[in-house]
Design a protein around this ligand. Structure first.
Ligand SMILES: *Cc1c(COP(=O)(O)O)cnc(C)c1O
Length: 445
């Protein structure tokens, strides 16, 4: 990192904080050259930068703790989790959102304090509820009326009193993709206020002998680039807190979570608000509403997933076949694709790519980066501006840390990629690449 240290890396706002140039002029993380990483661990490879994870955790903690004294940050583990990654997050003082028995099992095996874990989901199984209660989970976030009796039954069987939140669907549009909006009335998530269902649900929780009503939750979708939806949703829920929970049911809302959904820079030119801006609007609206309506300030819990993990992760591929369709498009294929990143195919997620071995090389053409799997929709980046890529060279896609590996599949019997964590100038393998034996391990002859 000598002669080139002063040169700015292209797309540096999308790459992890430790990204830079190696002494050979290649992309490097914490000074570790991508070519060395590719030689040691193979491609496709997912590289996570511990420094960025820590910085994002600290940014959300400090923004919210500054804006609102009683606040707590939990990481939406479905963005990406495994045992070492969970420990890294827990060490920063965050709790966790889990959405399945599998995630609860991983968090438990990681040794995280289960009382900091929130269990979400619109159709939690009886076995999952039992596991959650038995593991001593901090909160079950009740998603619908039917779940109340199931959760109460699980708590009764374990001989516990289980603290719960109720997920409200506030009827607010987060203005994100239709597949990722969750706060509107027409969604499978949460209990609507408008129909009276939310009031009935709070009443049923209060009547459940083994559940303790702690408060309310909502999640508007993701990513949410606007601040307005959070403000509107907190206004709507505040009216419910005062007008229904307090005045009609005599229930105190001790905790409120406006969910996650905080946006990141992703290469489409849109600027995400800073954590401070989200914090200011969320805390400011809640304080104003509590003051105006005269209810005590609840604990504020926020749940960033993407905003913690996305920028920390980079996908590294090796370039392979090239296909020119004159006058139409040029396809450049890499050794991964929709099996490790379904997001472009599923909801038109936009990415950028960088020639990792010569990041400063001039742009020469516009190509489509395609994957290697048997679907025409297996495209990673449409219209990427790159130098003419050679067969065998490395390509890096930044902002790859969230909802890629956690949605990865074995389609075409792909081996899911290895994951390395770069920390303090060292690269540590935290998940090995799958093998053919892994793919067959569950078969019974
Ligand atoms: C997925 C999810 C989150 C995290 O969302 P991000 O967009 O990754 O911040 C938070 N809360 C709930 C309930 C979720 O389902």
């Amino acid at each position: 990192m000598t002669s080139s240290a002063a040169v700015t890396l292209p797309l540096s706002h999308l790459f992890p904080l430790s990204a830079g140039l190696s002494s050979e002029g290649r992309l490097a993380f914490d000074g570790i050259d991508v070519l060395d990483l590719a030689r040691e661990f193979g491609t496709p490879l997912y590289i996570y930068d511990a420094q960025t994870v820590r910085a994002q955790c600290a940014a959300f903690r400090s923004a919210f703790e500054t804006a609102y004294e009683d606040s707590f940050v939990v990481y939406g583990a479905k963005a990406f989790v495994n045992r070492p990654f969970a420990r890294l997050i827990a060490d920063q003082g965050l709790g966790f959102d889990a959405v399945s028995g599998g995630e609860i099992a991983v968090l438990r095996a990681s040794g995280v304090d289960m009382s900091t874990v929130y269990f979400h989901g619109n159709n939690k199984g009886a076995d999952e509820l039992e596991l959650a209660v038995e593991a001593g989970i901090g909160r079950i976030v009740i998603d619908n009326i039917d779940e109340i009796a199931k959760a109460d039954g699980a708590a009764a069987a374990a001989g516990r009193e289980q603290p719960v939140l109720l997920r409200i669907s506030p009827g607010i549009d987060g203005h994100t993709h239709e597949k990722t909006t969750t706060g509107i009335i027409d969604t499978k998530f949460g209990v609507p206020i408008a129909t009276g269902a939310a009031e009935a649900a709070v009443r049923a929780i209060l009547d459940a002998p083994h559940l303790r009503f702690r408060g309310l939750h909502m999640h508007l979708g993701s990513p949410i680039f606007e601040l307005g939806p959070y403000e509107l949703a907190i206004e709507v829920i505040s009216e419910f807190i005062a007008g229904v929970c307090r005045d009609r049911l005599g229930a105190e809302v001790q905790e409120l979570s406006p969910g996650g959904g905080f946006a990141i820079g992703q290469g489409d030119g849109r600027e995400p608000p800073a954590p401070e801006q989200y914090a200011k609007v969320i805390a400011g609206t809640l304080e104003r509403e509590a003051d105006r309506r005269g209810f005590p300030l609840p604990r504020l819990t926020i749940e960033p997933g993407r905003a913690i993990a996305a920028r920390a992760g980079v996908a590294l591929y090796t370039v392979g076949a090239r296909k020119d369709v004159p006058g139409v498009r040029t396809y450049v294929s890499v050794d991964g694709g929709m099996a490790d990143n379904i997001r472009p195919a599923m909801y038109e997620a936009r990415y950028e790519a960088l020639a990792a071995e010569r990041p400063l090389a001039a742009v020469e053409e516009t190509v489509t980066i395609s994957g290697k799997y048997c679907e025409s929709g297996d495209v990673l980046v449409r219209d990427a501006e790159l130098p003419v890529l050679r067969d065998g060279e490395l390509l890096a896609i930044p902002a790859s840390g969230a909802y890629q590996l956690s949605m990865a599949s074995n389609y075409n019997f792909a081996y899911r990629p290895a994951v390395v964590l770069v920390d303090g100038g060292e690269a540590r393998l935290i998940r090995r690449r799958e093998t053919a034996e892994d793919l067959m391990a569950l078969d019974i002859d």
